[in-house]
Write a protein that binds this ligand. Structure first.
Ligand SMILES: *Cc1c(COP(=O)(O)O)cnc(C)c1O
Length: 394
């Protein structure tokens, strides 16, 4: 892989480890362990004098190829692939904290991410303050002498609120804390948290990276120093390693990732404009539209919109269910970033475990819908929404 290659080239050719057979598509190395020619070779490998593989929990060839392509996409030095997005998030957070430390996190988080910081971390003596992440003053006010970590996602799930990533990173670094960004909703194509100052970026590769609804996966990206000195021991000994088969699927997903995400984002942008003009809809929130409440921050930190749209139906839950049920092409599912267009009603699914008050704080009403644009023809999707909306009372 040449360093001068642009991301789309690296995503097709980067990091390949070809076997003696010269296979065109990358091999799937389904192996737990590795053989050594001699005892001395085994000794050298364990001493770290030769950088071959030792055991698939620490690293293996197919996973290595996927990790190298993720690094190329993100502009990161090192990565570790994990079995799910949540394995990536929990490893990235827990590996760097001790009892007595304090986390500041945005309250608008993917449900399981919120559980890790709000419920799991305190069990081990790690305190957490959740803030309205839209205002930098809230982050600043939450800092304590023992604050070690800031955690956020932007745009957020499901209401596509935005956090000023660079502003938060500057505050964290002044306080001697590190920043972990969950970048799933923006994708690596349209937002580069490491360039904005983040220390660690995590993805659920289950979403746009696989993008075809086949497997779970995750990835943690950072500097070589942080991965080797902070994450590596945690990763080796707690075992969140990704299956090589899934690493292969995800690597194949990366080959077409830019094509899919560009198409999905273009369609989401068109559909957001269409929905904004419909009488049954009270509000559309889309990061690519000028009427997004934080359009100025979006222009500073994102180079494209999103493949997701949030919108509020005037008719509440009844209208939301009716719309979802009336769509032909769009399927009801809580996944996102898929080649298939998917729709979900957060109040009764992904966010049903939050209290009514917590939902209200996040702007999730009984009429809120989250839509994830697939790669179907955009005109067909608009026509599908048109026919489904026509079944709702105006
Ligand atoms: C889906 C998702 C996760 C969790 O990923 P899994 O692969 O389902 O474990 C974490 N954060 C965000 C923002 C997500 O959308």
């Amino acid at each position: 892989m040449k360093n001068s290659w642009r991301p789309q080239t690296k995503l097709v050719h980067g990091g390949s480890l070809r076997s003696q057979f010269g296979e065109m598509s990358e091999g799937i190395f389904m192996t737990q362990g590795f053989l050594y020619e001699t005892s001395a070779d085994a000794e050298a490998r364990f001493k770290g004098e030769d950088d071959g593989f030792i055991y698939a929990r620490y690293g293996s060839p197919t996973n290595d190829m996927f990790e190298k392509r993720m690094c190329a996409l993100e502009g990161a030095e090192e990565a570790r692939a994990t079995a799910s997005g949540m394995a990536a998030v929990s490893a990235a957070i827990l590996c760097q904290l001790n009892a007595g430390d304090h986390i500041v996190a945005a309250r608008a988080l993917f449900g399981s991410c919120r559980w890790v910081v709000e419920t799991l971390a305190p069990k081990y003596g790690i305190e957490c303050t959740l803030v309205d992440g839209r205002d930098l003053k809230n982050w600043e006010a939450a800092i304590r002498p023992n604050t070690k970590l800031f955690f956020l996602e932007s745009p957020t799930n499901p209401t596509l609120e935005v956090v000023d990533v660079k502003g938060v990173c500057d505050l964290a670094h002044q306080a001697g804390a590190r920043v972990v960004v969950d970048n799933v909703f923006a994708t690596a194509l349209y937002q580069k948290p490491l360039e904005l100052g983040a220390d660690v970026v995590v993805y659920s590769a289950t979403k746009h990276i696989d993008g075809q609804g086949r497997c779970l996966g995750g990835v943690v990206l950072s500097s070589k120093e942080w991965i080797e000195e902070v994450l590596q021991d945690y990763f080796r000994h707690t075992g969140p390693a990704l299956s090589p088969f899934n690493a292969w699927l995800l690597m194949k997903g990366l080959e077409t990732f830019p094509l899919r995400v560009k198409q999905q984002t273009e369609t989401a942008g068109r559909l957001a404009d269409f929905l904004a003009g419909q009488k049954q809809i009270a509000k559309v929130i889309y990061p690519g539209r000028d009427d997004h409440p934080q359009a100025d921050i979006i222009k500073k930190q994102m180079t494209g919109g999103s493949s997701l749209i949030a919108f509020d139906l005037k008719g509440g839950k009844e209208a939301a269910f009716k719309l979802q049920d009336a769509l032909d092409i769009v399927s009801i599912s809580n996944n996102l970033g898929d080649a298939k267009s998917l729709i979900t009603h957060p109040a009764t699914t992904t966010h049903k475990n939050l209290s009514e008050d917590a939902r209200e704080e996040l702007g999730i009403t009984s009429g809120t819908i989250r839509f994830s644009a697939g790669i179907e023809d955009g005109d067909d999707l608009i026509a599908d929404f048109e026919q489904a909306l026509s079944k709702l009372p105006g």
